[in-house]
Design a protein around this ligand. Structure first.
Ligand code: AMP
Length: 192
């Protein structure tokens, strides 16, 4: 089983690349942001709770996010593996994910970070916001807050996974299919 974490700042291309990886390796793609947005659109209790945090660009509390992630994984017990996109984002989430996977005799295979300059990301997010209508992509102060949340709470996870020898970096600037190929090359390191 291959269990991948796609890592990177908002707008770094995790969602786009996850779709290509999913097709090539037959994996289940779980994007916590997408699950929250789906719940907001359906006005579920989870959606109502998540909305106030997401609107500001703050992280949704760990306990809520972890429970949701576990429920998503449990939906496909026969999966060949998972791509976690946007999760974990805090040390507690990373620890809980390890514990949860261990309880199923599974583990994280690798974590791949997409590296893109912040200036490029801001332009990408603003354009994505115009195309999709996503409120948190359209406002520079919300985007800045998401980068700050990443720098404060998420970037420390790099050391967590480096200490397990599972951390890889990929240049996230360039053509979409070039970046996919770079990712495939890294993933193939653990398959062969
Ligand atoms: P994304 O689509 O990954 O950029 O996520 C959009 C928003 O969803 C984030 O700014 C957070 O408010 C929330 N979110 C997504 N994943 C997580 C997570 N793992 N932990 C906490 N909040 C999250």
């Amino acid at each position: 089983m291959i269990n991948l974490i796609l890592f990177g700042k908002p707008g770094s291309g995790k969602g786009t690349q996850a779709e290509f990886i999913k097709k090539k390796y037959d994996l289940i793609h779980i994007s916590t942001g997408d699950v929250f947005r789906y719940n907001i659109s359906k006005q579920t209790d989870l959606g109502l709770l998540a909305k106030s945090y997401m609107e500001k660009g703050d992280l949704v509390p760990d306990n809520v996010t972890i429970q949701m992630l576990e429920a998503e994984v449990n939906k496909t017990p026969n999966a060949k593996g998972f791509i976690f996109d946007g999760f974990p984002r805090t040390t507690l989430q990373a620890e809980m994910l390890d514990e949860f996977l261990n309880s199923k005799n599974l583990s994280i295979s690798m974590i791949i970070a997409l590296e893109v300059d912040e200036n490029i990301l801001i332009d990408r997010l603003i354009n994505r916001g115009i195309a999709s209508g996503r409120a948190d992509d359209q406002d520079r102060s919300k985007i800045q807050n998401r980068f700050e949340e990443y720098n404060k709470k998420t970037s420390t996870l790099i050391n967590y996974y480096k200490s397990q020898n599972k951390f890889f970096e990929v240049e996230g600037n360039g053509e979409i299919d070039e970046i996919s190929q770079r990712l495939f090359n890294v993933i193939d390191l653990i398959i062969k």
